[in-house]
Design a protein around this ligand. Structure first.
Ligand code: GTP
Ligand code: MG
Length: 199
């Protein structure tokens, strides 16, 4: 699957500001620091299209990138950065929630999950929220190249996450394994997007 062009279109702070809904779009979401911006750079083959940072919460807007002049890849602010008294309940930025429920051209959400750590309740509750809201989503595991010292191997974290997400959602969403460092999963994810765009 080739990415011939990738163009930053605009940053929006709400759905009304987003570019006209003319192309199918795929939104990248996940906890702060999970690797959303890095994945966008890896998929598009541009080293600095999306901003990558060591400071969590760097991406604060809804950023539209037009791919091959035909579909949008959308970078969203990470969740779980703002402290909430509600603990593990996923709390969206108001406009992010509005984006998921109101953006008519949204095809599928790519929910990024760090494969180098055991499942986090926040990520599971996010998946459950999509299932409940009937927003289609694919789980994209990130950082497959990374192994936390003394931590379980990625395969173990992934298997545990898949079991918990199926339990929470009542069905098993599609999953894809990636690494923005090595490029693992790039073709598979782009083929997945191409297939979903057919509908
Ligand atoms: P926010 O915009 O703050 O929500 O973060 P983000 O989800 O966009 O994460 P970002 O792409 O900025 O990456 C966060 C950190 O994780 C950076 O230090 C990246 O270099 C690192 N990182 C991202 N992807 C990978 C990966 O596949 N492997 C490894 N080892 N590190 C990664
Ligand atoms: Mg980011």
């Amino acid at each position: 699957v080739r990415v011939k062009s990738a163009e930053f279109i605009k940053s929006s702070v709400n759905v009304a500001q987003c570019p006209p809904p003319r192309f199918p779009e795929f939104a990248v979401i996940g906890r702060s620091n999970v690797g959303k911006s890095s994945l966008i750079n890896m998929l598009t083959g541009r080293s600095s299209l999306a901003m990558v940072s060591k400071t969590p919460g760097k991406t604060r807007c809804i950023n539209h990138f037009l791919i091959n002049g035909a579909w949008y890849l959308v970078d969203l602010p990470g969740y779980g950065y703002a402290r909430t008294s509600k603990g593990n309940v996923v709390e969206w930025n108001r406009f992010t929630r509005e984006y998921f429920t109101e953006r008519e051209t949204l095809v599928t959400v790519l929910l990024l999950v760090d494969a180098s750590i055991p499942p986090m309740a926040l990520d599971i509750s996010c998946a459950a929220w999509f299932a409940e809201a009937e927003v289609p989503f694919t789980v994209v595991f990130t950082k497959l190249d990374k192994r936390k010292k003394g931590g379980p191997p990625a395969e173990e974290n992934i298997a545990a996450f898949e079991a918990q997400v199926e339990e929470a959602c009542g069905y098993a969403p599609p999953t894809i394994l990636t690494s923005s460092k090595s490029g693992k999963g790039r073709n598979e994810l782009l083929a997945h997007v191409a297939q979903l765009r057919e509908f």
